[in-house]
Design a protein around this ligand. Structure first.
Ligand code: SF4
Length: 489
């Protein structure tokens, strides 16, 4: 993904995952399988896609701007990517970061041979490392933070590629789930805190890696397990798998927002069904913030599982009071403000016959800037709702993410500017409530948040960033935390 510029004002009223990765080794049509897997990960990035393959002697690559089905739109195109090993990447760029040169997988010819890398996450000291590398003579081809890893591998003095790779990653801070290819095979790894997800599966003799288990389902692969935080898995062309733990032991801090919104509900994350966790968040929300209402209505689609949980716990009937059109482009592919606001109305319509005269509880996954929530509340009032109570299946989003999720700068986040009462007035709801941070932790199976040592990354809710944020600190931004990595002895 791109160098994150925390000072950029980004469009959109949802936090957006920026990347998804997929890789397979030992499959007859590796590139076709990769395209299929990326298609299942399309929700993680819609701007651009790339696939690199290896046929035993050469690497092949095709990258393009657009959805998977647009860029890989013919059998001929996929036939140009031969070989039994392939990896791919879907991405959603941050402002200023679009362009073909940033589309992954990135590839470089190193002294040891070809090296391809696909990255989900964000390196929070990439600018710092890049400055140093450029001073030493490195010439960058992209504005992607991922390219820093290539340069660090290229300049490492260790004898083997694996050692050089580990040496490079030791210098990197932040979030990374990586799928790399060399002529020797495939390497998949996850940062020591496991911030972004990565799973491993098998289909026949082929080994598959993907950001989410849903991509394994779609290609017909069986989920073996997740790549553990800090684990590096190597697979050679004979199918030999070796696991390495080069970074020592850390308390894992996977992104809790994957459960709330980013991952597909049919994925299994950290051993748990994302759908079930979302339903459970709705249960917690109903226990904590019951509204006197006639109907529970989800904001489609991401509010649906939590709304089902809320309805089951509260006994208030669940109904589809907002109908989503599936035939409009998703809002974030139209970057201008005007186009985005028009899209809210094109995308969602009130089911007037249902809501007229009713007291409703609207369930959504999060509030970012609040503009979409305001429009949806107004839409329900225009359709005749007697009362509109908003319930949110995550705690207030008060802080920006620096780990591979596209967020507005902090001053644009509604919860960073207002208390809950003021937010309710801003979106013009009769009442507003968020699930508590402990309620969210209970929904993922914990007793609550461990304050001394949180079990997940929840920094966008708490400000407790689990890594240093060197690039941010070097820009002298006093209101953002820089905390040391939480290492276990
Ligand atoms: S800051 Fe929020 S969105 Fe980013 S990794 Fe942490 S929990 Fe996930």
């Amino acid at each position: 993904m791109n160098f994150t510029n925390p000072f950029l004002d980004r469009d959109g009223d949802k936090l957006r995952e920026e990347c998804g990765v997929f890789g397979v080794i030992g499959a007859k049509d590796a590139a076709s399988m990769t395209a299929l897997g990326l298609h299942a990960l399309q929700h993680r990035g819609q701007e651009a896609v790339g696939i690199t393959s290896f046929d035993g002697s050469e690497f092949y690559s095709h990258r393009g701007i657009g959805h998977v089905a647009q860029v890989f739109n013919s059998a001929e195109r996929l036939a140009e990517l031969p070989g039994a090993m392939a990896s791919g990447h879907v991405r959603y760029s941050t402002t200023g970061g679009s362009g073909l040169r940033n589309v992954q997988p990135l590839f470089a010819d190193l002294a040891s041979g070809g090296f391809s890398i696909a990255h989900n996450g964000n390196i929070s000291n990439a600018m710092h490392l890049k400055r140093d590398l450029v001073q030493k003579g490195a010439i960058f081809q992209s504005t992607s933070d991922t390219e820093v890893i290539i340069h660090l591998v290229a300049t490492s003095r260790y004898p083997t590629l694996l050692d050089r790779f580990v040496d490079a990653l030791r210098m990197v801070e932040g979030a990374y789930s990586l799928i790399c290819m060399t002529s020797e095979g495939m390497i998949a790894c996850r940062d020591p805190l496991g911030i972004r997800p990565l799973v491993m599966g098998r289909i026949g003799d082929a080994i598959v890696f993907a950001s989410e288990s849903v991509a394994l389902d779609v290609v017909g692969a069986e989920l073996i397990r997740q790549i553990e935080p800090g684990e590096l898995v190597q697979v050679d062309h004979k199918g030999t798998i070796s696991s390495h733990r080069p970074f020592g032991n850390f308390n894992a801090r996977p992104c809790i927002f994957e459960h709330v919104y980013f991952s597909r509900p049919d994925s299994v994350l950290d051993g748990q069904s994302v759908y079930n966790v979302r339903k459970q968040i709705g249960v917690e929300l109903a226990k904590e913030s019951l509204a006197a209402a006639d109907l529970v209505i989800p904001v489609p689609d991401s509010g649906v599982p939590a709304a089902i949980g809320y309805a089951q716990q509260s006994g208030i009937p669940f109904e589809l009071g907002i109908i989503r059109s599936h035939y409009v482009g998703r809002t974030f592919i139209q970057p201008s403000d005007g186009a985005r606001h028009a899209d809210v109305k094109r995308k969602h319509n009130a089911n007037r016959a249902l809501v007229e005269g009713k007291r409703i509880v609207l369930i959504d996954d999060s509030i970012v800037r609040g503009t979409t929530s305001m429009k949806i509340v107004q839409m329900m009032r225009d359709a005749g709702a007697a009362e509109v109570h908003m319930r949110i299946a995550s705690p207030p989003t008060e802080h920006s993410c620096f780990y591979g999720v596209d967020t507005p700068e902090r001053s644009k986040l509604l919860a960073a500017r207002m208390d809950i009462q003021a937010m309710a007035e801003f979106i013009q709801a009769d009442s507003l409530a968020f699930v508590s941070i402990d309620g969210l932790y209970r929904a993922v199976g914990e007793a609550g948040r461990n304050k001394g040592c949180a079990q997940y990354c929840d920094a966008c809710f708490t400000g407790d960033y689990p890594t240093r944020l060197t690039d941010l600190a070097e820009r002298d931004t006093p209101d953002l935390l820089t905390l040391p990595i939480n290492r276990v002895a």
